[in-house]
Write a protein that binds this ligand. Structure first.
Ligand code: HEC
Length: 222
């Protein structure tokens, strides 16, 4: 009995530590509560096109940078300088997640995540690429599809969307798999095929491929 209590306490502490770690990266939910204060000027979902660039759907990186620049005075605006001076890094990360998750009414300042079509499009593109690759004789039996959820999360985070990548680094994740250059090329080719089928514009396609191509060094030959 005592032993069971000890174990459940340990699990409880583990969960607390895990949620503290998740909090450190910023969450949409926490950001939603904190953003109440900003809605008067920026709109409830950050879609007000005035007083600045619409915040909805900007990348987490750009939102975080703008807020930090206001806080430190590197970017000057009397209102935003005063409003951001008391924000912690956690506040900034949370609000960046919240606004990055809001669907923008115009794509002018939007993250690659939204320019690719947002969560539905990204998830569908990953599923289709895996499906195509599993059926590809050049990759026979080499792809299980077990990585789909992590891949979606990673793409979301890398394209400025409201996600935190919780998977292993690319080198560790591919250790021992001995992936060849041809295999890496075949998956990349399948991805491009899917992007074309989804009618992703050339600019967005190049941005995404430009993000993935440099990973070759830590994926191939591990
Ligand atoms: C009283 C009105 C007001 C409130 C409230 C307000 N802002 Fe702003 N915000 C502005 C103005 C004005 C600008 C434009 C500043 C500029 O152009 O340099 C701005 C710009 C920004 C930008 C830069 C956007 C870009 O891409 O250029 C961010 C990010 C931002 N605000 C975040 C926030 C957050 C987060 C809050 C809540 C903590 C908030 N603002 C509350 C007035 C406000």
């Amino acid at each position: 009995m005592k032993r069971a209590r000890l174990i459940s306490t340990l699990i409880g502490v583990g969960i607390l530590l895990a949620s503290a770690a998740a909090g450190a990266a910023g969450t949409v939910q926490a950001g939603s509560a904190k953003s109440m204060f900003c809605s008067g000027c920026h709109g409830v979902d950050g879609n007000a096109p005035y007083p600045s660039a619409r915040m909805a759907g900007q990348s987490t990186q750009r939102l975080g940078q703008s807020l930090m620049d206001f806080k430190t005075g590197r970017r000057f605006h009397p209102v935003m300088n005063i409003l951001s001076v008391g924000l912690t890094q956690q506040d900034i990360d949370d609000m960046a997640m919240f606004y990055a998750a809001q669907k923008p009414l115009s794509l002018e300042h939007a993250s690659l995540y939204w320019r690719l079509g947002g969560p539905d499009a990204i998830n569908a593109a990953v599923d289709e690429t895996i499906k195509l690759s599993k059926a590809d004789p050049r990759l026979a039996g080499r792809l299980s599809g077990a990585c789909a959820a992590k891949l979606k999360e990673q793409l979301c985070a890398a394209t400025g969307g409201p996600c935190t990548y919780t998977g292993r680094d690319m080198k560790t994740a591919h250790a021992g798999l001995k992936i060849t250059e041809a295999e890496f090329g075949a998956v990349a080719e399948n991805l491009v095929k899917v992007l074309d089928a989804f009618k992703v514009p050339e600019k967005e396609k190049n941005e995404l491929v430009g993000m993935i191509a440099p990973m070759k060094g830590v994926i191939v030959g591990q």
